[in-house]
Design a protein around this ligand. Structure first.
Ligand code: NDP
Length: 247
């Protein structure tokens, strides 16, 4: 599965699943441009990418909701790396609450980062990809967006939106040899899930046929596949990496 010398942008690459994706692509020989709101965690990911064999890894401080900054940052990446071949829209947040108690600002914030951020990044990156007649877009959705999840009205709506956006992106960009697919993680061991109470974790585990939480690396493998030449004839698809939770 080759991504050798391809230029990959990974948003939310400072930690968690984003870091694992960046390191996995680096191991495949990709050049990696990390984007995250905090600089410090990205420095560690850059180091790991270099150790994994990436010919070039750089960090860019970016909030994916900032339209103007996205334009400037991607221009800078294109200049420094020479192209933009792979975009992994991974940055995401949760602000869980029951629907009847959910504050409007929690709704707006989650939709802004998870859905609008994915749209803004895709819109800008796709211009570069269309020009070069080659590109891979991989969006990180969630099983919450496929099956719903109590306490996650905002999050599940944002991730269902990502699935719709992925399919439309796939249809619009196919003629220019740009594919768009989504990976929907289930219950993955990261900072996002570490904060959940033990009872919630136990309940989730009981619904996972493979009987374990996923690792960030499990998600990274699926992303690396979609980003590679091996997935050239696959577009508009959603693959759950969830131990069989949603089938
Ligand atoms: P983490 O919270 O561990 O990491 C998310 C990263 O995204 C952080 O580095 C965070 O920065 C960054 N980020 C947040 N907001 C922005 C923004 N506006 N602009 C740029 N970067 C931002 O999450 P995970 O690694 O667990 O999740 C990664 C993706 O996988 C998300 O899209 C999530 O929804 C999805 N997912 C995760 C699951 C899980 O079980 N963990 C399950 C299903 C889906 P900061 O450090 O400042 O917060």
């Amino acid at each position: 599965m080759s991504v050798t010398d391809r230029v990959a942008i990974v948003t939310g690459g400072g930690r968690g699943i984003g870091r694992a994706i960046a390191v996995r692509l680096a191991r495949g020989g990709a050049k990696v441009a990390l984007m995250d709101v905090l600089e410090e965690p990205m420095a560690e990911t850059v180091k790991l990418c270099t150790e994994a064999g990436s010919p070039l890894a750089k960090a860019y401080k970016l909030d994916v909701t900032d339209e103007e900054a996205i334009e400037k940052t991607l221009e800078a990446v294109n200049e420094a790396f020479g192209s933009i071949d792979i975009l992994v829209n991974n940055a995401g947040i949760t602000r869980d609450d029951l629907l009847m108690r959910m504050e409007t600002r929690a709704w707006d914030l989650v939709l802004a980062v998870n859905l609008k951020g994915t749209f803004l990044m895709t819109r800008t990156a796709s211009r570069y990809m269309m020009r070069q007649r080659r590109g891979r877009i991989v969006n990180i959705a969630s099983v919450s967006g496929l099956a719903g999840n109590a306490g996650q009205a905002n999050y599940s709506a944002s991730k269902a939106g990502v699935v719709g956006l992925t399919k439309t992106t796939a249809r619009e960009l196919a003629a220019r040899n740009v594919t768009a697919n989504a990976v929907a993680p289930g219950f993955i061991r990261t900072d996002m899930t570490d904060v959940l109470p033990p009872a919630v974790k136990e309940k989730a585990l009981a619904n996972i046929p493979l009987r374990r939480m996923g690792e960030a690396e499990d998600v990274a493998e699926a992303v690396a596949f979609f980003a590679s030449d091996a997935a050239a004839y696959i577009t508009g698809q959603v693959v759950a990496v969830d131990g069989g939770m949603v089938m």
